[in-house]
Design a protein around this ligand. Structure first.
Ligand code: F3S
Length: 426
C-alpha cells in the first residue's frame, strides 16, 4: 500500500508512540483490505468505552483511560501510552449513561466514577461528547462524497444512503486510530464501484406509519442479508425520520451499509447508473412480507405493559415534539423512557417539550440507550413496548425473559398511558 512521506514519518514514530500505534494498525488494516492507499478523513464517530459495567475491563485500572484507550481503541494489549489531542473532528457514539440516569437506575458508585473518568479523558484529548447515534442531526453532518469513519450501523447506513457520504461500518479500533491520525484505508464503501445496487426491491406496500417504515426496512434487510438494495416504489417523499427508521431496521436485520431509493436518494437518480452494470437479484415487499416482519418483532402475548422504550435511533426534535404533544395532559401508567441526544434534549428543554414529557412521567434518556449501556431501570420488567425494530430485535438477546410489542409512536404512547397494549392488526 502506498504511503505518503507524512504517513511514513508517523509510522516511524516521529509524532509519538500513540500515533505510531494508530498508523501501524491502519497500515495492517489497509493491507488486509487490499487498499491502494489511505484516505484523509476529518469526521470520526466511534465508541469510547465506559469502564462500567466493570466486567468489560476488569483486567486493568478502570480509571486509567490512556490504558483503556490504548487497549480498546488502538488494539495494543496491556500497554499504556499517553494519548495526545485528537487530530480530527471526532465524537462519541451513544455510549455513556448520564448522571441523571445513574440516579434514576440507582446505579452503584463505580458507575459514577467511570462516568467522571471517561468525561475527563474525552475533554483532555479533544473528543466531542456527542454520545448519540444521530450526530448527523446536530453536530457531525458530512457532505456528499465525503470520506468519513463511523461505527454505528444505523448512522453508517444513513450517511451512505441519504447523505451520499462514504463510510464502512468501522469497529472501535479503526475508529480510535482514525481519530488520532485522520486516515482510513481506501476500500469497501469508499470506492464508487462498490456502491452500485446488487438487488432491486419492488415495494408494493408503501409504509404509512412510523412502525411500517421499520417493518419495511427490517423485511428488506432480512431478504437482502448482505448487499445493496435499490428500492422502487411509489413513495412520494421520504422524510429524514422515515429514512432513519428504514436504515436502522435494515442494518439490524441484515448486513446492509447502503440502500438506494429510485429518484429519492443521491446515488439513485438514474436506475442504470445506480446498478452500474450489476445483474440484480429481484425481490418484493408487499403485505405478506410486512406480516412476516411484524410477527418477528411484535411477539408478546401479554396485554399488560411494564415498560415502554422509544427513541432508537435517538429521537429527532420533530419526533420529540410529536411525542410531547401526544403526551400533553396525560400521565403514563407504566415507566416510559424516550431516548434522544443531549443536543436535541437541549432544544426540547428550551421549547418546553421536556417539561410536558416529564409531567407525563416520562424519563428522557440522553447519551446512551437501553439495552446497550447495560444499566437497566431499577424495577423488574418482562413485558415492554417499543416503536423501534432494532430494540425489538436486540432486547431479547440481553433479556430473553422480556416479551415485546412493536408499534407506532402513537400506539406506544397511548399504551403507556393506559398500561395496556393497544394493538392494531397489520
Ligand atoms: Fe442508537 Fe442505541 Fe438504538 S445507539 S440506534 S439508540 S441501540
Amino acid at each position: 500500500m502506498y504511503l505518503t512521506d507524512q504517513e511514513k514519518r508517523i509510522l516511524d514514530g516521529e509524532e509519538g508512540e500513540a500515533k505510531q500505534a494508530a498508523m501501524d494498525l491502519m497500515v495492517r488494516y489497509g493491507e488486509a483490505l487490499d487498499a491502494d492507499r489511505l484516505l484523509d478523513v476529518n469526521n470520526v464517530m466511534f465508541a469510547v468505552y465506559s469502564p462500567y459495567p466493570a466486567k468489560r475491563v476488569n483486567f486493568m485500572n478502570p480509571n486509567d483511560y490512556d490504558a483503556i484507550y490504548t487497549f480498546r481503541n488502538l488494539g495494543v494489549p496491556d500497554k499504556k501510552m499517553i494519548i495526545p489531542r485528537m487530530h480530527t473532528n471526532c465524537g462519541t457514539l451513544a455510549s455513556n449513561a448520564p448522571i441523571e440516569y445513574l440516579d434514576y437506575a440507582k446505579a452503584p458508585k463505580e458507575a459514577y466514577d467511570a462516568l467522571r473518568s471517561v468525561d475527563e479523558f474525552k475533554r483532555r484529548v479533544g473528543i466531542s461528547t456527542c454520545n448519540t447515534c444521530v450526530a448527523y442531526l446536530t453536530s457531525q453532518l458530512p457532505a456528499f462524497g465525503e470520506h468519513i469513519v463511523w461505527g454505528e450501523s444505523s448512522a453508517v447506513v444513513f450517511a451512505n444512503s441519504v447523505l451520499g457520504a462514504r463510510t464502512n461500518c468501522e469497529g472501535k479500533e479503526a475508529g480510535g486510530a482514525a481519530a488520532l491520525i485522520g486516515k482510513i484505508p481506501n476500500a469497501g464503501m469508499h470506492l464508487a464501484e462498490n456502491r452500485h445496487a446488487t438487488h432491486v426491491v419492488y415495494v408494493e406496500s408503501i409504509p404509512q406509519t412510523s412502525e411500517e417504515w421499520d417493518l419495511m426496512g427490517y423485511s428488506i434487510g432480512s431478504q437482502v442479508v448482505s448487499g445493496i438494495p435499490l428500492l422502487v416504489g411509489d413513495f412520494g417523499v421520504i422524510t429524514t425520520d422515515e429514512h432513519k427508521s428504514i436504515g436502522c431496521a435494515m442494518s439490524t436485520a441484515g448486513s446492509v451499509d447502503l440502500y438506494h431509493v429510485l429518484g429519492l436518494t443521491p446515488e439513485a437518480y438514474d436506475r442504470s447508473k445506480c446498478l452500474g452494470g450489476n445483474k440484480p437479484i429481484t425481490l418484493k415487499y408487499g403485505e405478506d412480507e410486512k406480516k412476516k416482519a411484524k410477527e418477528k418483532l411484535d411477539f408478546s402475548d401479554q396485554d399488560d405493559l411494564e415498560l415502554v422504550i422509544l427513541g432508537c435511533p435517538h429521537y429527532s426534535i420533530a419526533q420529540m415534539k410529536k411525542a410531547a404533544y401526544l403526551l400533553e395532559g396525560n400521565k403514563c401508567a407504566v415507566p416510559t423512557l424516550i431516548m434522544t441526544s443531549r443536543q436535541i434534549k437541549a432544544m426540547a428543554d428550551w421549547d418546553g417539550l421536556t417539561e410536558i414529557m416529564e409531567a407525563a412521567g416520562v424519563f428522557v434518556l440522553t447519551d446512551t440507550c437501553l439495552p446497550n449501556c447495560g444499566i437497566f431501570p431499577p424495577f423488574a420488567f418482562t413485558s415492554m413496548a417499543t416503536d423501534s425494530g432494532k430494540q425489538a430485535h436486540y432486547m431479547p438477546s440481553y433479556r430473553p425473559d422480556v416479551k415485546i410489542h412493536l408499534g407506532s409512536m402513537e400506539q406506544c404512547l397511548n399504551s403507556a398511558v393506559t398500561g395496556k397494549w393497544i394493538g392494531r392488526e397489520v
